[in-house]
Design a protein around this ligand. Sequence first.
Ligand code: GLU
Length: 440
Amino acid sequence: MTTTRFAPSPTGYIHVGNLRTALMNYLIARKAGGTFILRIDDTDPERSKEEYVDAIKQDLEWLGLHWDRVERQSERLDRYAAAADTLRDKGRFYEAFETPVELDLKRKKQLNMGKPPVYDRAALALSDEERAALRAERGQGVWRFKLDQARIEWTDGILGDISIDAASVSDPVLIRQDGQVLYTIASVVDDTEMGVTDVVRGSDHVTNTATQIQIIEALGGTAPRFAHHSLLTGPQGEALSKRLGTLALRDLRARGVAPMALLSLMARLGSSDPVELRTDMAELIEGFDISRFGAAPTKFDEADLFPLTGRYLQSLPLEAVAGRIADLGVPEGLAGPFWMVMRDNIETLHDLEGWWTLCRDGADPVIEDDDRAFVAEAMGLLPEGPFDAETWGAWTGAVKAATGRKGRGLFMPLRKALTGQAHGPDMAALMPLLQVVKAR
Ligand code: GLU
């Protein structure tokens, strides 16, 4: 039975970077008919905020990434304490008292000597008396997991065969001085006890994974399958980390990005399969294959979301947007024709507003100097409204006969006079929607 989880820390909003993690875990679970858990990693009481928990849920719901159940790490602290006891009993857990400043100094010395900055395990050599003295002087220490200094190997679902020398990694701190349990052990306990079979996360977690595999084994569990997706970069390959704040899902949503456009892009970006617009989740699930993803950094360009959203909107029937169109004030009788004409001319639903304003109030005409007399003459030939599907053809026919103009020289000045722009819907289809012509 396949079980996956998306495990955000509620310290901020979901952005395109962690969306990838959420989506891949979701798709794996759904494709296998398994379980998708939303796990809130809230062991840090200072940084975790309830408003972010709510926001994460709203964002996932907006996308249609429904979870089967929610787990919260803050409700499982007793489980982590029990696991810590097990590690202690097995001689895999030790208390260390170095201050951050001391650790920093050690690292600098090691680097100066050309050595990797790995914790030197000085605390392991402490006698009981020394330990008691340090505790009396400094209070509780941190608790570190004693790595077995062998190679840690796994076959990664994206990166392939991985081998990490545990001797090149510091024994991870699992419990802080103030007693706070850290993600590394909490996650392992949860993954094991919740039967998680597949963990997909960002490649910034690769070293974590190595240590977690040893912790899982020390606790008598079986490691899940791991896959680490590459980090997203901007379109030029630049780091995206600083900009992720502006790429929060709620911002993209406010800018009109359609969920299926965003999901379609993220389910394929960085894989050898082309990005294809999917209009429903079942197709997205069907077409997903994690083994197609590569290790190279993945370029993300938010601009790609808008044409994809536009294409998604083109596929929608009036019913899907009727409420939104009614909210604009489009009379019911015009809603159908309005949508049919405009859906091919928008990137987001926000664009409808401008088009409706144009239809309702008319546009400020744009008239080139050379065209003034021509447009004035044409306006004299424009019939009284309301216009219908024949109006454009009949009118331009009459203008052509009267002025001798044809082709672009005939049509473009009229389009610009009526709509104020050089591009837009087919004029024959637009005319019946035009309530006002300011150029008259
Ligand atoms: N809370 C961790 C994070 O957001 C979860 C990582 C994981 O998937 O194990 O980085």
